[in-house]
Design a binder for this molecule. Structure first.
Ligand code: NAD
Length: 468
């Protein structure tokens, strides 16, 4: 199963998983991964491999998800080059101990945070951005001086195979290994002891991962999903809002963790907004999105059927056409879905945009607060006080004002969820931090051994009160 480019079955776990983890641990114990030089060399090797395999990666993404090369570059391949470049440029600075202020009572002293590599790490990736979401965490692992085993998603088999070949060629297995397979492979990996598990996927499987991690008290980063709302205020530029939401909703046929899931809008704007979304869809994909090379397909028959069932939960305002054989599902807007329906309860993860009447900002905020904390939240208003209220009064992994999804592209911002949408964050420095343990260190000289803190304490209360 390890690094087998040809096999993607959900076969029983192979015993070599244990041997692989032991091999990586033995390597990590040699401390070879600690120096800056090693980390830079790994990042450079990854960069070379990514460039070398670029055409194959683009072809695999086309095969798995019908992604056009342009969309694949925009949303997966390009950002990886940026992340590697950023890590190469900054890893030296990230590795430097960070100073903290030592209080008077322990002076003379210097306080620091040292970044220790966590060690042997497991990365489990999903299928929707199967390249980006496998490699981005790996960049953090290598920059932080960790080894990694990557388990790509079995539902994007072409990308999984390319990743296995590309990383198998670029790295020895004790540094980076790819274990292909599905749930059984994942379970076999989760049964091992890791120093960090970095999981991207659904909230339900996130719980399975957290339970497995609890056995060894392994730290986890959980990049999960959920329903990311859009709140549209009366002051918003409706045309730009509709275009931006349509882009974020229908890119990758809606199979994006931070896709706008549903829209809360004053009822009198609903009709116009729906027309504008339709206009935007036509301008992106033409009158029939099926014929557009820029419009993706649903990953599997199971997901196609799930989305078809969700579409029946309300009235189709436009779209709704589908073709089971090619797993095409048209960009669709849905109105009048009951709030208790699956469409309004589950993460949609497909090209359906439900529109919900919401007459006031108070109500919109209440609506969001009454549900699990979303991965992303989008607020559209020209009135800045509206956006500030939304930001202050709701909790979400990330948020964007007057656009969708673009916070993902900011390397300086940690990307992650909160509550049911995830735990921890990454990208840029945050990726390095995710794979590091922040060791608190205080350094003191032997000289000047001030006796203040030593007993007997009699008569020292006044001094403590003064200095603490
Ligand atoms: P998933 O949770 O079904 O699978 C993710 C990974 O876990 C896969 O590699 C899969 O093989 C493995 N897996 C599945 N079931 C398992 C089990 N029972 N035990 C152990 N491992 C198991 O997710 P998915 O369908 O691949 O991706 C879609 C979900 O991922 C959506 O909910 C989406 O929001 C979320 N997602 C989140 C982010 C993020 O960055 N927060 C990014 C992309 C996707």
């Amino acid at each position: 199963m390890v690094q087998s480019p040809s096999r993607l079955t959900d076969a029983p776990p192979s015993p070599d998983v244990k041997a692989l983890v032991e091999k990586q641990r033995a390597y990590f114990e040699t401390r070879t991964t600690l120096p800056l030089q090693w980390r830079r060399e790994q990042l450079q090797a990854l960069d070379r491999a990514a460039h070398k395999y670029e055409a194959e990666i683009l072809a695999a993404l086309k095969s798995d998800l019908s992604k056009s090369p342009e969309e694949a570059y925009l949303t997966e391949v390009g950002s990886i080059y940026g992340e590697i470049k950023n890590a190469l440029k900054n890893v030296k600075g990230w590795m430097k101990p960070r100073r903290a202020l030592a209080p008077v009572v322990i002076q003379p002293a210097r306080a620091y945070q040292y970044a220790d590599p966590l060690g042997v790490t497991l990365i489990i990736a999903p299928w929707n951005y199967p390249y980006q979401l496998s490699i981005a965490p790996l960049i953090g692992a290598l920059a932080a001086g960790c080894t990694a085993v990557l388990k790509p998603s079995e539902l994007a088999p072409a990308t999984s195979r390319v990743l296995a070949r590309m990383l198998g060629e670029a790295f020895p297995p004790e540094v980076v290994s790819v274990v292909e397979g599905g749930v059984e492979a994942s379970k076999a990996l989760l049964a091992e002891r890791w120093d960090l598990i970095f999981f991207t996927g659904g909230t339900q499987v996130g719980r399975v991962v957290a339970e497995a991690a609890a056995k060894h008290l392994t730290p986890t980063i959980l990049e999960l999903g959920g329903k990311s709302p859009c709140i549209i205020d009366r002051s918003a530029d409706l045309e730009v809002t509709a275009r931006r939401i349509a882009w974020g909703k229908y890119v990758n046929a809606g199979q994006t963790c931070i896709a706008p899931d549903y829209v809360l809008i004053p009822p009198e704007l609903k009709g116009r907004f729906t027309e504008l979304v339709q206009k935007a869809v036509r301008s992106f994909y033409g009158n029939d999105a099926r014929a557009s090379s820029d419009y993706g397909r649903i990953i599997s028959t199971r997901h196609f059927e799930r989305i078809s069932a969700l579409a029946a939960d309300g009235k189709v305002a436009f779209g709704g056409d589908r073709d089971a054989a090619s797993r095409y599902f048209a960009p669709t807007v849905i109105t009048d879905a009951p709030l208790s329906s699956s469409l309004m309860q589950e993460e949609i993860f497909g090209p359906l945009l439900p529109i919900v009447d919401c007459p006031s900002l108070d109500e919109a905020i209440r609506f969001v607060r009454a549900r699990p904390k979303p991965l992303a939240l989008y607020s559209f208003a020209r009135d800045a006080s509206v956006n500030e209220r939304v930001l202050a009064e709701t909790s979400s992994g990330g948020a964007v004002v007057n656009d969708v999804c673009v916070h993902f592209a900011v390397e300086g911002l940690p990307f992650g969820g909160v509550g049911e949408s995830g735990l921890g964050g990454y990208h840029g420095r945050a990726s390095f931090d995710a794979f590091s343990h922040k060791k608190s260190v205080v350094k003191r000289p032997f000289a000047l051994d001030v006796k203040l803190r030593y007993p007997p304490y009699g008569g020292k209360l006044g001094l403590f009160k003064r200095f603490m």
